[in-house]
Ligand binder design. Structure first.
Ligand SMILES: [Zn+2]
Ligand SMILES: [Zn+2]
Length: 60
């Protein structure tokens, strides 16, 4: 029996799991381009800062 595990990405700012119905955005880090930054709708609305886990770049 094959068990399919769906791993949702987590919001880089608040660590909330990003579900497909959530209007989240994702983009690669503008500084190192090594990681994908995820931001959920809430963090976008609150304009929270994100910190790149790879290079420590902070952005709005
Ligand atoms: Zn968030
Ligand atoms: Zn980076």
């Amino acid at each position: 029996m094959a068990v399919k595990t769906v791993v949702f990405p987590h919001c880089t700012s608040c660590n909330r799991p990003i579900t497909p119905d959530m209007k989240a955005v994702h983009f690669t880090c503008p500084n190192c381009a090594k990681v994908t930054i995820w931001r959920c709708k809430i963090c976008r609305e609150l304009v929270r800062l994100y910190v790149c886990p790879a290079c420590g770049f902070e952005g709005p």
